[in-house]
Design a protein around this ligand. Structure first.
Ligand code: UD1
Length: 426
């Protein structure tokens, strides 16, 4: 296992944002809807992408990945018949929740599926009730047996589905239901659909395969079922969470940075919060986001919400920034009320954060001090890197394999900006 050793740093220069992890994983699952070849460009080289490649392999796809391009082809028997496996095993699904997204495509295309339930994770319970509700309303028969979802999709029929849950819309449930509906008979209308750019991108991918979808990017998505889908060639969007993480690193370290290749229109809420913190944000040539932090960070309250609200996936990184602010800030975590594993670690570095239920109250300090800290999940790890770059002395971050799941070459990108960060064996 690797650890990061991080020292206080001043950053400068520009960083190129990679392709989006959360956008590409469901799109990879969507290739199960066709027997034709699919090509996806701008794919980040991440552990999660490798995990999805392994899952697709088990589900009858030949996947090659070179220089950011995935080529996905359907495997055939010696006789030329197409292979139709339909079991997504626990060992592959448990490592990554997005694997559950193969359920909708398998039901729609292969008419049956046996997909392991993903189980809980460190950021909370993370149920899949909305996925199952939507698919059942489309006509799928679903039983849960020995930790697996065993489903029959012979009679998928378009219908009106309300997909709102206790915490609002669900990204992957919207994806799963949309993918099942594209080959169902008749029209499906998903109400309270997730509006995240990643969902919109999946709809665009499906449309390029021949699906009939409208309303993507809004809470009401309409899908008219078609008989079959073809292959397509597609370019993945850039990773708004990676871009937001570099913005947080810029603010915490008080360093000006240029963020290239990100879509600033996907970052409105994040740029608003950055501005409230006193940061000067401007958009330069080729949509470069130019971040110039103030000499002192203003205390700012943040509420995480479904898109276009402030993303829960940036809550931890921005909490690290607020630890250095002047005054008291409140964070209200409305998507995952238990997503606060980083609080104890930041407090070990000298931060003053009190947690009460879904709220965290951050009292800004002039300085944090490096310590040995434990990365608990992907975004919490990124938050500790941000804090470590701004803290005095040495920070050692253990279990950085979490960060490798979702950030492409993070230490190389940071080093190129002047960060003192090293990967070492734990
Ligand atoms: C996706 C993202 C994840 C991000 C999250 C919220 C991917 C691969 N992952 O996860 O990085 O943090 O969106 O933006 O894209 N819920 C239910 N029942 C369900 C499903 C979800 O109650 O069946 C709840 C969740 O517990 C959570 C909320 O709905 O409170 C939103 O979760 P959801 O949008 O489903 O997250 P994911 O799609 O799993």
């Amino acid at each position: 296992m690797d650890k990061f050793v991080v020292h206080k740093s001043t950053l400068s220069g520009s960083v190129n944002i990679s392709g989006s992890k959360n956008a590409v994983l469901p799109v990879m699952a969507a290739t199960l809807l066709t027997d034709a070849d699919c090509v996806i460009h701008n794919v980040p080289n991440l552990l999660d992408v490798r995990s999805m490649m392994r899952l697709l392999d088990v589900l009858g796809k030949n996947v090659t990945f070179e220089q950011g391009t995935l080529i996905i082809k359907t495997k055939r028997e010696k006789s030329g018949r197409i292979k139709q496996p339909f079991v997504a095993p626990y060992r592959l699904v448990r490592t990554m929740r997005a694997s559950f997204c193969c359920l909708g495509p398998l039901l729609a295309k292969r008419k049956k599926a046996k997909v392991s339930l993903p189980g809980g994770c460190i950021i909370g319970v993370r149920p899949v009730d909305l996925h199952l509700k939507g698919l059942k309303e489309l006509g799928a028969e679903i039983k849960v047996e020995k930790g697996y979802c065993v489903a029959d999709g012979k009679k998928l029929m378009g219908t009106r589905i309300y997909l709102g849950g206790a915490f609002g819309s669900s990204v992957l449930a919207t994806d799963n239901v949309m993918m099942a509906a594209v080959l169902a008979e008749g029209e499906t209308c998903i109400e309270y659909a997730a509006c995240e750019p990643e969902v919109e991108m999946l709809a665009l991918f499906l449309k390029q395969m021949g699906a009939d979808i409208s309303g993507e990017g809004t809470p009401m998505i309409r899908i008219r079922g078609v008989k079959s889908l073809g292959g397509c060639e597609f370019v993945n969007i850039s990773d708004r969470i990676e871009a937001g993480t570099f913005i947080a690193a810029s603010i915490a370290t008080g360093s000006s940075l240029e963020i290239k290749g990100a879509n600033y229109l996907h970052l409105t809420s994040v740029l608003e919060i950055a501005k409230k913190m006193g940061t000067d944000i401007s958009i330069g040539k080729d949509s470069t986001i130019i971040v110039k932090p103030a000499s002192s960070i203003k205390a700012t309250s943040i509420t995480t919400l479904p898109y276009p609200g402030f993303p829960t996936d940036l809550q931890a990184q921005f909490m690290s920034c607020l630890c250095f602010s002047k005054g008291i800030s409140m964070i209200n975590e409305k998507i995952y009320p238990d997503r606060f594993m980083h609080v104890a670690e930041l407090n070990r570095m000298g931060a003053s954060i009190q947690r009460s239920g879904p709220y965290a109250i951050v009292e800004g300090k002039e300085k944090l001090y490096g310590a040995e800290v434990m990365a608990s999940d992907l975004r919490a790890s990124a938050a500790l890197v941000v804090a470590g770059l701004a803290a005095e002395e040495k920070t050692e971050i253990f279990r950085v394999y979490h960060i490798d799941r979702g950030y492409e070459k993070i230490e190389e990108k940071l080093k190129a900006l002047g960060a003192k960060i090293k990967r070492e064996k734990q």
